[in-house]
Design a protein around this ligand. Structure first.
Ligand code: SAM
Ligand code: SF4
Ligand code: SF4
Length: 334
């Protein structure tokens, strides 16, 4: 098992399958930057499904047991269920999940993903207030269609569904209680995420962050909640349950209470670079090895040696150590 310089094992691999998106969330891909002229990756630069599956299998050899498909918007990649099926055939994989904005998650797609072996799905939804949501996704996408996608995922059995809301002060913090209220008692788990300073383009300021503590307090004012233990080592969300039995919520405190000490996640960008931290300045090219006909052992050794040297813990030292240029969230998928 690969262990990094701070003793953290390699357990999870987040696979970005595209850097493109059909949304322009203001905190992730602001239109002013990701406009018509933006140079997205060319098709030939993207890893093929076969290349992704080969790398994935080598990551499993080094200790990975969980995959998460992300993007950009992963459902923009045609026949993504074919990749899910390939990943689900790798021996030693315990969990395959996908994060999506839901815009392309029809009933047929949800079933196809489930049948291909997808275990879980996370949908992003930042508000139930249509005006607020449209302003944040910046492509006039309505709330109702994300709610339809949530139902489609639920009916396909991709449960329990997680619903991720990035909280930004002054934009959607008034939607916290509404989101909690709408999904209490449904079995779906809303996770409130502190707005992060990922990438270089979203104009992040500490004043815009609503802390995990404040989020918990706002919910507890409506319904009493209590913390519950995490499901496994390295789980990022603090779990809370409603004392009245209406289910649980998660709060992800990446800014105010960082969790680098238990960070077991590697990230693979759509063009085959290995990133060791969400805030890394550079990635390590694996596509060159794949396309240069390296054998499995050579590629596995490259992954292992990068992980051994890993000492990233950006969120714990955020104020001292901002790299000059950070990778964009849409490039490695959160
Ligand atoms: N497009 C898909 C989606 O939105 O679900 C998957 C990729 S998206 C980059 C993954 C997650 O990152 C989303 O839940 C999104 O809200 C979150 N995210 C993006 N920018 C963020 C930021 N600045 N702070 C916190 N979370 C962010
Ligand atoms: Fe697209 Fe997801 Fe980023 Fe929004 S958060 S712009 S949906 S990649
Ligand atoms: Fe992991 Fe980097 Fe996030 Fe810390 S800042 S939890 S090391 S991805």
């Amino acid at each position: 098992m690969a262990v990094d310089a701070l003793g953290r094992p390699l357990r999870d691999l987040r696979i970005s399958v595209t850097d493109r998106c059909n949304f322009r969330c203001t905190y992730c891909m602001p239109k002013e930057v990701f406009g018509r002229d933006f140079a997205f990756l060319e098709r030939a630069e993207l890893l093929t499904f076969e290349e992704i599956a080969r790398l994935a299998q080598l990551f499993v050899r080094e200790g990975v047991t969980k995959f998460r498909l992300t993007g950009g918007e992963p459902l923009l990649r045609r026949d993504i269920e074919r990749l899910v099926a390939m990943l689900s055939r790798i021996r030693g994989v315990e969990d395959i999940a996908l994060t999506t904005n839901g815009a392309l998650l029809t009933r047929e797609k949800a079933l196809a993903l489930r049948n291909a072996g997808l275990n879980r799905i996370t949908l992003s939804l930042d508000s139930l207030d249509d005006a607020v949501f449209r302003r944040m996704n910046d492509v006039e996408f309505p709330v109702a269609r994300v709610l339809d996608a949530i139902d489609a995922a639920s009916d396909a059995g991709l449960t329990p569904i997680k619903i991720d809301m990035v909280v930004k002060r002054g934009e959607n913090d008034d939607s916290i209680v509404g989101m909690a209220s709408r999904f209490r008692g449904t079995g779906h788990i809303v996770r409130f995420i502190e707005y992060m300073d990922v990438g270089n383009t979203n104009g992040w300021r500490m004043e815009d962050v609503v802390s995990a503590r404040e989020i918990a307090e706002r919910i507890a004012e409506q319904w009493p909640i209590e913390p519950i233990p995490s499901n496994y080592f390295g789980e990022v969300a603090e779990r809370w349950r409603y004392i009245d039995g209406a289910g649980e919520i998660g709060i992800i405190s990446s800014v105010t209470q960082p969790f680098c000490g238990s960070c077991t996640r590697a990230r693979l960008s759509a063009d085959g670079k290995l990133y060791l931290c969400l805030f890394a300045g550079t990635g390590h090219d694996l596509r060159g090895l794949l396309r240069g006909a390296a054998d499995d052992e050579t590629i596995a050794a490259a992954i292992r040696s990068r992980w051994h040297k890993r000492d990233d813990r950006y969120s714990e030292i955020r104020t001292e150590a901002t790299p000059a240029t950070k990778v964009e969230m849409s490039h490695i998928g959160g």
